[in-house]
Design a protein around this ligand. Structure first.
Ligand code: HEC
Length: 109
């Protein structure tokens, strides 16, 4: 298909609106005042890439480090069910490290 000028403008407009309504974490109802920590890190980039296909990436502080382990493993199974490419071990470690570094602190017994 040939990209005409108006086609292209339309696409830009569409992209603009899409990003305005879905990618802005500040619009999240549950965490309206929160923004993701450490957004410059490789871990964050990997997390944003791996955890946004099916739902908004969660705030790391909704779970403890230990809970993230099982949650991420469950997400790997969701990926399989949807026939999404597997995360490599390195990608999984990066995502998990990011989540665990910023996880909710364990409650002392
Ligand atoms: C293939 C689709 C898919 C991807 C990719 C995905 N998720 Fe999920 N996620 C789901 C589904 C479906 C649910 C609801 C069912 C459930 O909780 O298992 C969910 C629910 C959740 C929940 C809420 C339930 C809970 O335990 O708090 C969290 C948090 C979560 N995902 C985190 C993640 C993280 C972190 C990643 C990246 C590693 C990720 N998800 C990637 C499909 C996905």
């Amino acid at each position: 298909m040939v990209m005409t000028k108006s086609n292209f403008a339309c696409l830009l407009l569409l992209l603009f609106f899409c990003s305005a309504c879905s990618d802005d974490p500040s619009r999240s109802v549950q965490h309206s005042k929160n923004i993701y920590p450490d957004q410059q890190s490789e871990g964050f980039k990997q997390f944003a890439k791996q955890c946004s296909s099916c739902h908004r990436p969660p705030m790391p502080n909704i779970h403890t480090a230990q809970q993230w382990m099982s949650t991420v493993n469950r997400m790997l199974r969701h990926r399989e069910k949807r026939a999404l490419p597997k995360m490599t071990d390195i990608e999984k470690q990066q995502v998990l490290a990011y989540l665990q570094n910023h996880a909710q602190q364990d409650v002392q017994p």
